[in-house]
Write a protein that binds this ligand. Structure first.
Ligand code: KG4
Ligand code: ZN
Length: 333
């Protein structure tokens, strides 16, 4: 089954063609990072406009790379939320229009569920990777989910305020390092001392699996106001260490409690070199990271999730263009 995936929930315009949920035939993504960089964060209105500007070239390129025509596509899967409302409207309306004109089924996909399926891409569909812990860490979300089966996800924890990537981006602005903050802090931190500045590991004592990063950001701000001279590399390293420790403390607690078959770390922040190194030190070959192009927002994971939603839904007649609606709350909670 060939599914056309569409992702426009934030600042990536992405289209993909995926066969049977795992065989990625094409995955084309246009990132708007440079457009938002001068503002130090994503501007929602600008994101919507850029999706409108780029969706046709990206769609055309994905069809070209896949050697497919729209007629050969069996169904359309689209991110229905959570995300930026105006940005979602673009993708959802493209899906509705294509579904209507081509008379093909339309499968709405929860963006966080799509991230859970990133590890399935490129993997034979028969391989059982259930009872996996999936930590999704990106600019918009931080969630820890136990994946027990298709459609059977238990949200164990999530951030109570800022997402992990958002914290990287905000602290980079405080340190005047530009946007997006994650990659800059990651590379600057390599020259710094992670113990130079004492920073909190929020909610460490709490016996749950939730996260919080806004206190850490405020602690960085306080130090910047108090100290006469800040060593940026030391601050970057100390901050990064605090985020990584906070993520891994809860991940390890969940690992010991649920004894999963494995752990997957996905989302843009999973590119962080310190997070990868410490996670591998801690969990060895139990932890894996999907390829980066599937970790950051992309349409292949949407098409992948769409396939399994389709396969595991008895009433397939409900997948009409009329039934695709934006839903800003994630079904994961
Ligand atoms: O998954 P993603 O591309 O988009 C969202 O769904 O948000 O994630 C983007 C986030 C940004 O906040 C960016 O700063 C962060 O991922 N990021 C990193 C690194 N590379 C990207 N954070 C830490 N270290 C990195 N190397
Ligand atoms: Zn995302």
């Amino acid at each position: 089954m060939l599914i056309l995936g569409i992702e426009t929930s934030c600042d990536e315009t992405s289209f993909s063609v995926v066969e049977d949920g795992y065989n990625v035939i094409a995955n084309v993504t246009h990132s708007q990072i440079l457009d938002h960089a001068e503002f130090g964060g994503v501007i929602p209105e600008l994101a919507s406009r850029k999706h409108v500007e780029f969706f046709l070239p990206v769609l055309k390129e994905s069809l070209k790379q896949s050697n497919c025509t729209l007629d050969e596509i069996d169904a359309i899967a689209v991110t229905r939320g959570p995300g930026l409302l105006g940005a979602l409207l673009v993708g959802v309306n493209i899906a509705k229009t294509l579904g209507f004109l081509l008379e093909k089924p339309c499968i709405p996909v929860d963006h966080l569920v799509a991230h859970l399926y990133a590890p399935w891409l490129g993997m034979e569909k028969k391989k059982d990777i259930f009872h996996q812990l999936v930590l999704t860490v990106s600019g918009g979300h931080t969630s820890l989910v136990l994946m027990k089966g298709h459609g059977d996800f238990e949200l164990l924890g999530q951030t109570l305020d800022d997402a992990a990537g958002e914290a990287f981006d905000k602290v980079a602005v405080l340190l005047d390092l530009g946007y997006p903050g994650g990659p800059v802090i990651d590379s600057l931190a390599k020259q710094g001392n992670p113990e130079a500045y004492p920073l909190p590991r929020a909610m460490k004592q709490h016996k749950n699996f939730h996260y919080s990063f806004s206190g850490l950001k405020s602690a960085v701000l306080r130090l910047l106001q108090q100290e006469k001279e800040i060593q940026k590399a030391d601050m970057a390293a100390s901050f990064q260490e605090a985020v990584v420790d906070s993520l891994l403390i809860k991940l390890q607690r969940a690992y010991l409690h649920y004894k999963p078959k494995g752990i997957v770390i996905t989302g843009g922040v999973s590119a962080n070199s310190r997070l990868r190194q410490k996670a591998i030190d801690l969990f060895d070959n139990k932890v894996s990271f999907p390829p980066l192009s599937f970790c950051t927002d992309n349409a292949a994971m949407v098409a992948g999730a769409g396939f399994y939603i389709w396969e595991n839904t008895e009433d397939k007649k409900k997948f009409t263009w009329e039934n695709v609606q934006i839903q800003l709350e994630s079904e994961l909670g």
